[in-house]
Design a protein around this ligand. Structure first.
Ligand SMILES: Cc1cc2nc3c(=O)[nH]c(=O)nc-3n(C[C@H](O)[C@H](O)[C@H](O)COP(=O)(O)OP(=O)(O)OC[C@H]3O[C@@H](n4cnc5c(N)ncnc54)[C@H](O)[C@@H]3O)c2cc1C
Length: 390
């Protein structure tokens, strides 16, 4: 009879979330870890489709604090972490209209106290950096010179290489079809050809995290995947644009950045949809070029070179969902990384590993991430509550 496989931790999902957790578990000496990825290749979903950027400023305070924590890692990664530096600091310029910039100035002290490093720039200085910008109603910009681009492929490989060296195993083409329940807890996973036992099953399934949560009959955490698209086109022929920073304009709902001799632009679309393999639509791209014509008319291209979309998955309050399930022992959430799951991965990967190893983390106020911040809507519990109150 085949020997039953047993692990300390099984991670469902081999994207950046699962890989970062495996890395930090390995650093903590937990090596009996199995990562299960449904696809036959790595980074087939959100992780392989990102803009690969790090832009610390964020309207969501929880995400902002995670980004600041993550940046510390990217600026000074462990010496043996990756073959190449994971971060290239090209700088990020976040543009604001007059009202937005006034609000930002009002928050300057608080943002610096949180640890955000930035300069506030007036429109003239902004246009000196990126001469293509017109934006008549510009109030100013937040310029973060240390932000920039991340080598996502190198980072994913580095997380997994170190995790494997610590004993972790990874299986591709391994879809988790169900979870094994025994005595009220989760004790393993069911694959097409076998069951595998584990002390803890981690839900790092990205856009499919709700589905895996349902398999566990866990707390019904509402997670909404939203499509975001990117496309590339030729930059202006007569301008040296390769050294421009990344430019974000929330008022125009676009961001763009030089990418390998071209420009890459996102229409900042956020179309809610079920977990799937999404693709961009012509209307979304055309509308974003209309908006670009108000921001930087000389950049509007005649044609698009390549385009793609991916899903960014959010909880209702926009913050990630990280921690043990409050209703189902043996089940742990690592989901809802939204639009910052690459840059924040060293922060939440480490926090999740802390929680798994010791039940707490001194790095972050973990109640801000915990799945029990959501009301009880688990069907079984709702029935039980209804019964109790009846
Ligand atoms: C267009 C776009 C731009 C973005 N730009 C940035 C950016 O600039 N910076 C940044 O930090 N973030 C960015 N993001 C967000 C970032 O990509 C995500 O937050 C991050 O990749 C989420 O990682 P993940 O591991 O949770 O998800 P995924 O990479 O989707 O991994 C989840 C994996 O789980 C697997 N899975 C699901 N169900 C099962 C199952 N039952 N059994 C086994 N495996 C399963 C899936 O196949 C998938 O590979 C962007 C996202 C998009 C779409």
């Amino acid at each position: 009879m085949a020997k039953r496989q047993q692990f300390d931790v099984i991670i469902v999902g081999g994207g950046i979330a699962g890989a970062s957790l495996a890395y930090f578990l390995g650093q903590a000496g937990i090596g009996k870890v199995l990562i299960l990825e449904r696809e036959n290749q790595l980074a087939a979903h959100s992780t392989g489709r990102s803009a690969a950027s790090i832009s610390e400023y964020d309207e969501n305070d929880v995400v902002l604090d995670l980004k600041i924590l993550g940046s510390r890692f990217w600026r000074r990664p462990p010496e043996d972490f990756a073959d190449h530096p994971p971060l290239t600091s090209v700088g990020v310029l976040s543009l604001f209209d007059v009202a937005g910039f006034e609000k930002l100035e009002g928050r300057e002290g608080e943002l610096r106290a949180r640890g955000l490093e930035f300069e506030l720039m007036r429109p003239d200085a902004v246009r000196a950096k990126v001469p293509a910008l017109t934006f008549p109603g510009m109030g100013g910009a937040l310029y973060a010179p240390q932000d920039g681009r991340l080598d996502v492929h190198g980072i994913l490989q580095a997380y997994l290489r170190h995790a494997r060296a610590g004993g972790a195993q990874m299986e591709l083409g391994a879809e988790v079809l169900g979870l094994v329940h025994s005595q009220g807890r989760i004790s393993g996973v069911r694959l097409r050809d076998r069951e595998v036992e584990a002390g803890l099953v981690v839900n790092a399934a990205g856009a499919w995290a709700s589905t895996v949560g349902q398999m566990a009959e866990a707390r019904a955490v509402e997670l909404q995947p939203k499509r975001r698209s990117l496309f590339t086109f030729a930059g202006p022929a007569d301008v040296e644009f390769g050294n421009w920073p990344m430019v974000w304009s929330d008022p125009h709902e676009v961001y763009f950045v030089p990418e390998a001799g071209e420009m890459m632009l996102s229409p900042m679309d956020q179309v809610a949809m079920g977990p799937c393999d999404p693709s961009p639509d012509d209307e979304t791209i055309a509308a974003s070029l209309e908006r670009l014509s108000e921001l930087a008319p000389s950049l509007v291209p005649r044609s698009i070179r390549s385009r793609w979309s991916g899903l960014r998955t959010f909880a209702v309050d926009g913050a990630p969902v990280i921690g043990p399930d409050p209703d189902r022992k043996g089940f742990f959430w690592l989901a809802g990384q939204g639009g910052a799951g690459i840059e924040t991965s060293p922060a939440y990967g480490q926090i999740a590993a802390d929680l798994i190893v010791s039940g707490r983390s001194s790095r972050f106020e973990v109640s801000r991430l915990a799945p029990d911040r959501f009301p009880v809507t688990n069907a079984a519990e709702t029935l039980a509550m209804a019964r109790d109150s009846g």
